[in-house]
Ligand binder design. Structure first.
Ligand code: OAD
Length: 243
């Protein structure tokens, strides 16, 4: 149950803040029907990340890794942004200085209309060539052949996502650290806070003096960093926070 007193407190923090940042995770897309990673139904309960989401796994068996990404692309292709995604677009329009830092690769924030967005873990719709380095979006799901090949040089393409053991896109990471460090208000939404450096953005903001609000139906690793905790689904809590 959402605690009304906390909601009121969160609303007043939001009203008084000019520099607002949101960090989102898989929970924001859960109400759209995209599986999360760590819940009881989470992907990492059924699959082993080291077999599917590492450069070593891809080098060992690119077809297997691609089959998994192609399956996820197919699932995501059937989904639509939910009221949580849409509320974040509204927030972007109403706050003068807003940034959305996301760990999600599903593209639903972008589809909803978010523009000031920093996708820390890449984009599942982007394909990147291992030969010539060319990259581009391809929204076909399923893809006609696996693993897909580059139309320019014929080398293998990989999904444009960040795998375990890889660095994050440098510019996106630097900008995320910068905007977290000058936040007045930081919203941690739908993330377990289990993956670094993404989870640290909330701590960077907190240490720099920002107020932190968590929106999550369950306790997370970021709950202890939060000044206000809103226990509920983002698709329900975010519209009420703004409303
Ligand atoms: P997780 O699956 O680890 O966590 C999802 C969080 O969302 C949990 O804390 C849930 O309680 C919460 N949640 C579930 N339903 C929700 C709802 N309707 N509204 C709000 N919250 C809800 O997902 P992430 O924290 O995003 O990385 O995981 C981070 C990274 O780990 C992912 O980007 C991915 C994964 O391995 C890579 O693939 C590199």
């Amino acid at each position: 149950m959402l605690d009304e007193k906390s909601l009121k407190e969160a609303r007043s923090l939001l009203e008084g803040s000019r520099r607002v940042r949101a960090l989102t995770g898989a929970g924001v897309s859960a109400e759209s029907g995209v599986p999360t990673f760590r819940g009881h139904d989470g992907l990492w309960k059924k699959f082993r990340p080291e077999e599917l989401a590492t450069p070593e796994a891809f080098a060992r068996d690119p077809k297997l890794v691609w089959e998994w990404y192609d399956w996820r692309r197919g699932l995501i292709a059937k989904t639509r942004p939910n009221p949580g995604h849409r509320a974040l677009v509204e927030l972007e329009k109403s706050v003068r200085d807003f940034w959305l830092i996301t760990q999600n690769v599903d593209g639903l924030h972008q589809l909803a209309g978010s523009e000031r967005i920093l996708p820390l873990h890449g984009n599942i719709w982007e394909l990147r060539c291992l030969g010539c380095g060319k990259s581009g979006e391809d929204r076909r799901a399923p893809l006609p052949e696996l693993p897909p090949e580059c139309g320019e040089c014929g080398a293998m393409l990989r999904p444009g996502v960040v795998w375990f053991g890889e660095g994050l896109p440098q510019e996106t990471l630097s900008k995320s650290i910068e905007v977290s460090g000058d936040a007045e208000l930081f919203l941690a939404i739908g993330t377990a806070g289990a993956v670094e450096p993404a989870a640290s953005m909330a701590r960077i903001a907190r240490e720099a003096g920002a107020q932190v609000i968590e929106i999550n139906p369950e306790e997370s690793s970021l709950s202890s960093v939060a000044d206000v905790v809103l226990r509920g689904k983002s698709g329900e809590v975010l519209p009420r926070l703004l409303g």
